[in-house]
Ligand binder design. Sequence first.
Ligand SMILES: [Zn+2]
Length: 156
Amino acid sequence: MLDRDTESAEGRDNVAAASGPDRRKALWTACAWLAPPFAAVGLPAVFPPGADSWYPRCLFHKITGGYCLTCGGTRALALLGRGHVLGALHMNAVVVAGVFVMLAVGLAHLIQACGGPAPRLPRMTRKRLLLLGAALAAFWLLRNIPVGPFSLLAPR
Ligand SMILES: [Zn+2]
């Protein structure tokens, strides 16, 4: 009986010792994932982009007339900040997807920090990185085709 009590007390101590730093680390990780999307959405919501705004203009668009991967991103973030998800997707779907991925990962770590299970996120293998790069390159190329469904990818 005494051994069982000692074991369970040690077990609780081990769990508490292991979960404390893990929870703290999860909280900091959650903050690191959640702060950028909130700042990125909040800043253009407070200072909306426009013709006379102080946001830097896209050099690629200025030189080539085409759209880069992030063209329309600031306008997309401003629309997200006002709750217009569809409008934001029309401006730049990749930026919107990035915001939601960061929010999801941050939320998963926040759940862990509150005592929930550790998030099981997919590992970024070389193959997955190549696929992500190919998808981003395809988005960049396709949004510069001015016909058919591809023009929906260009900022409007
Ligand atoms: Zn651009």
